[in-house]
Design a protein around this ligand. Sequence first.
Ligand SMILES: Nc1ncnc2c1ncn2[C@@H]1O[C@H](C[S@+](CC[C@H]([NH3+])C(=O)[O-])CC(=O)[O-])[C@@H](O)[C@H]1O
Ligand SMILES: O=C(O)C(=O)Cc1ccccc1
Length: 247
Amino acid sequence: MKQTPDRLFSQPLEQVPDFAFNEDVVKVFPDMIKRSVPGYPTIVENLGVLAAQFAQPNSVLYDLGSSLGAVTQALRRHVKAEGCRVIAIDNSHAMVERCREYLHAQDSMFQELLPVEVMEGDILALEFQPTSLVALNFTLQFIAPEQRPALLQHIRQALLPGGALILSEKIRFEDHIEHELLGDLHVAFKRANGYSDLEIAQKRSAIENVMKPDSLEQHRERLLAAGFSKVVPWFQCINFASLIALP
Ligand SMILES: Nc1ncnc2c1ncn2[C@@H]1O[C@H](C[S@+](CC[C@H]([NH3+])C(=O)[O-])CC(=O)[O-])[C@@H](O)[C@H]1O
Ligand SMILES: O=C(O)C(=O)Cc1ccccc1
């Protein structure tokens, strides 16, 4: 996969527009997400490993907010259950187009991969089929906070017994000192990955209106309120974490 370096915020902008998953972002997205999200490659690869433990024969696996299909590709590498298929969905036209290209490339490199349907659409309007595995990998944080409970309820209602939701998010911390410390460490992570202070500052103002992280406590309470029986954190790297929620 060729990786165009992310320089989207490297020049001073008079006004920083709200972040959008448009063609410019799509071009640099693999580089951007790897250099911005601590633990991203580990989360994606192990999401495949975890999914293989929950996937049930002849069921649907969902990749919600699939972007370029990194999670779908990991599901296809790891899930061996008979008759599973993946539904990947994203509401960014630019992402969906490029995702389809990447998945065709994976098709031509490997045999017997799970079939995938890539849909362009809003996950808030999705009619879920019975599913054994739902991945929300850094997608819920971009959904309006007031819409989050209903989405999680729809997922819970669609999950088969023995299935799971895997939810990865940037995390806010209720303790002020913990929040500042992990925020500073995230900035250090970005600097170590070659982003300048200007890039970091402009990206921060681009995402502040569109990406609203919750705390681990909020996630747990909302998942339990949506009918999940158990919430198990399985990964945290600085201020990014991933949870397994069981029906
Ligand atoms: N309502 C919505 N309906 C559908 N898609 C949406 C919606 N809102 C946002 N998106 C989509 O959710 C994705 C979030 S990125 C996910 C990374 C991927 N999971 C990965 O593991 O590489 C996270 C990030 O960039 O930090 C974008 O592609 C949006 O278009
Ligand atoms: O860049 C950041 O600071 C983030 O919190 C993560 C991110 C990664 C990719 C797109 C938008 C936000």
